[in-house]
Each structure stands twice: as C-alpha cells, then as structure tokens.
Write a protein that binds this ligand. Structure first.
Ligand code: ATP
Length: 370
C-alpha cells in the first residue's frame, strides 16, 4: 500500500504559560512512500518522528495537509478504521493473557463483515506467530518471556490484522545491544516476507541505514533529506545530514575556498573547481584519508588504534571542529605509531564543503560532488 503525505503540518499550540511557545512538530512534510518498502524515519530526539507516526496512524490530527493510503484519503479516519498495525517501544502486552490471547486480542473486536470465526482467528494467530518465530511460546504469559520474545509478540499482534501499513516506533529501544541487532534483521525479514509498507522510527542511524529501503532524516520538524541510505551517506544535502550519518562521525574542519582550492589552515588540501571563494565547513569522511608522506593535509598524530582489517588513525589539527580526527585506513598501509605527524591526501568524493552560515552544500567538480 502506497502512503502519501501531502504538505503535512502539526503544530502544538502554546500553553497558558508565557514560556511555552507554539511548537511546529512537523513542518510541511511531503513524501510518497512506495508500496511494500521499509522506510526509516530518523533524527535526534524531539525532531518530530513520533508525531509523524502518530499522524499516520490517526492518534493525532494534522493542523494542515493530507494523508492517503493508496487512493483513500484517511486524514479524518479514526485509527481503528485505517488498517494500521502499531508497535511501540514499550510492548504493552496484557500481562494476564497468554501469548496466543495477546495475539488474538485485536481480532476479537472486529465487527460486522470483518468478524472472524474462532478457527479463522486461531489460524491468523498461528500464521503471525510463525512469521515472528514464537510458535512454541503460545501458552506462556509475557512475564515468562525475554524482552526480545515480548517484542516479537507485539509485532505478531500488529501483523495479525494484516495491516495495510505497519508502524514501528523505536521498537528495539528496550533490547540489549546483541538482541537489537538480531531483532532488526528479523524485522527486515518479516517485512520482506509480508511485503507490508512499513515505517520504522529510530534515532539510531546504524539501525535505520542497515534495514531501510529509504531513510527520511528530520530536524526540528523539517525533513532534511530523503533517499536510499547509501545515497544519503554519499551525497548529504547539508552539514546536519553529513554529521548525523556515519560511524565514526565525519571530520569537520574550518576551511575556506580560494580560487578553486580548499584550504584547511594554511594548506591547500583539495582542488574544488567551481566553488566560490568563501569560508566553509569542510567535512571529510573517515575513509576519505590516504596516508602519504607528501600529502596535502598535515595533522598531529595522537595514536593508531588497531581494528583488525583496518586501523583507526587518531590525530588532531588546529582547524578541526572535532576534538580528534578519526581516519580509517587499511591495515596493509603501515603508519608509524611513534611519529609526531601524519600527512594525508584526500579522496575528493569523500570531502564535502558547506556554507558556514546556512550549512547548505557547496558543490564542486564534475562528478558526484558537482
Ligand atoms: P523522541 O525521539 O525523543 O521520541 P521525536 O522525534 O519522536 O522525539 P516528537 O515526540 O514527535 O519527537 O516531538 C516533536 C516536538 O513536538 C517536540 O518538540 C515535542 O516537545 C513536541 N510535542 C510533542 N507532543 C506534544 C504535545 N502533545 N504538546 C506539545 N508539544 C508536543
């Protein structure tokens, strides 16, 4: 089911207190979510992710704008008539009901033509349990399950009504690191198997990048960029996006462009043909550094951390905005850990320059960067 968000805006009014101003939680959000895709809705705390999800499921009404499921305008439909499945961070299972009773629960309230026989309900519950692989836990109560198993029950309960759209709000937050990894892959598998259009809210960029067909990155209610994870990583629209995606994070320097050359400190580090003369934020991905004793950018070497296949060269520079610069280098390249300085050449497609004031991208050259 295609989901269309059309100029969606949600404002929360100012409260009585003078200190509380109106909040624009979602600001003019337009996006056509293709049928059957998994969309990662990503951004820092308070950027409007949950509000967007609550607008789509109908728990909130937009201040303006419209929401369509396929060709149906669902903007004014109550949640129960939208055909959405929701999974929240706290699984909210009924503690006194068994797993089977929890999964079946949403089916028991169906009325009229949607009403199901007991057997049909059991069949649907068995199918949902199979999808999330908890068939052997059906007689247990939630208290007798691990966090990961409880989350699977919550997902089965959301899937049992064969929703048109599945909405997941930080579904992995309560799980430990290993289970988070495992469960996010499970979610991807289940989504592929069911083909249900899914919107997955998270503030964890690794999580969103690894399982999403497309990511939407938000800041202060405003969409910053929409695209395939790799495309957004490789071609960030602004400094916020560049900084939000990637581990280790991108290295940002105070720089300036003069006559088509990018300067960091006094060194001309890269040709940036076509870029206007101005002060810039110059951002270099950790994998964008090539050690070279005659390299253009000189840094003070702090330490070399061994990571197996790669090494992380940790250095400092007077123009760096990050406390340390992290460059990821293939471990075949030998770096003397006792040296005082290290010099690098830069891979042009791993260097982005941004307007100091607006944070907007300044493009240069003829390739991806141009
Ligand atoms: P988190 O990751 O912390 O859950 P989020 O990205 O989901 O954050 P939202 O919960 O959508 O963010 O909130 C967006 C903005 O709207 C925030 O500034 C928040 O304080 C505000 N907000 C949310 N709900 C209300 C409300 N009912 N009344 C007033 N302001 C609200």
């Amino acid at each position: 089911m295609k989901v269309v968000l059309q100029d969606l805006t949600k404002k929360f009014p100012a409260s009585g207190k003078a200190s509380r101003k109106e909040v624009v939680a979602v600001d003019n959000f337009s996006f056509e979510i293709p049928d059957g895709k998994l969309i990662g809705l990503l951004g820092p705390s308070g950027c409007g992710k949950s509000t967007t999800l609550n607008l789509i499921c109908g728990l909130l009404t937009p201040t303006s704008g419209k929401i369509f499921f396929g060709d149906d305008d669902v903007t004014d439909l109550p949640p129960e008539n939208r055909g959405v499945g929701m999974v929240f961070q706290n699984y909210a299972l009924y503690p006194h009901l068994t797993v089977l009773q929890n999964i079946i629960f949403p089916l028991q309230n169906l009325k009229g033509k949607d009403k199901l026989s007991k057997q049909a309900m059991l069949d649907r519950a068995a199918e949902a349990a199979r999808l999330v692989q908890i068939e052997n836990l059906m007689d247990r109560k939630p208290g007798e399950l691990s966090g990961g198993q409880q989350q699977r029950v919550a997902i089965a309960r959301a899937l049992v009504k064969t929703p048109r759209v599945l909405l997941l709000d930080e579904p992995l937050s309560n799980l430990d690191a290993r289970l988070r990894l495992q469960t996010r892959e499970e979610i991807r598998r289940i989504q592929r198997e069911t083909g249900v259009t899914t919107i997955f809210v998270t503030h964890d960029q690794d999580e969103a990048m690894s399982i999403s067909d497309m990511i939407v990155l938000m800041k202060s209610g405003v969409v910053q960029q929409i695209g395939k994870p790799q495309e957004v990583y490789d071609d960030p629209a602004n400094l916020f996006v560049a900084k939000f995606l990637g581990t280790p994070p991108i290295n940002v320097f105070d720089g300036r462009v003069e006559s088509g050359r990018l300067f960091i400190g006094r060194e001309a580090v890269l040709d940036v043909p076509g870029a206007p003369d101005c002060e810039v934020d110059a951002a270099i991905r950790p994998e964008g550094f090539i050690p070279d004793e005659n390299g253009a950018l000189g840094c003070r070497l702090d330490r070399v951390e061994v990571m197996g296949r790669d090494v992380s060269v940790v250095s400092t520079h007077g123009s760096s905005q990050n406390q340390v610069i992290r460059s990821i280098i293939n471990s075949d390249i030998r770096i003397d850990p006792d040296a005082e300085n290290v010099r690098f050449n830069l891979k042009p497609h791993k260097v982005f320059i941004f307007d100091k004031k607006s944070g907007g991208r300044i493009r240069f050259g003829g390739s991806l960067n141009g």
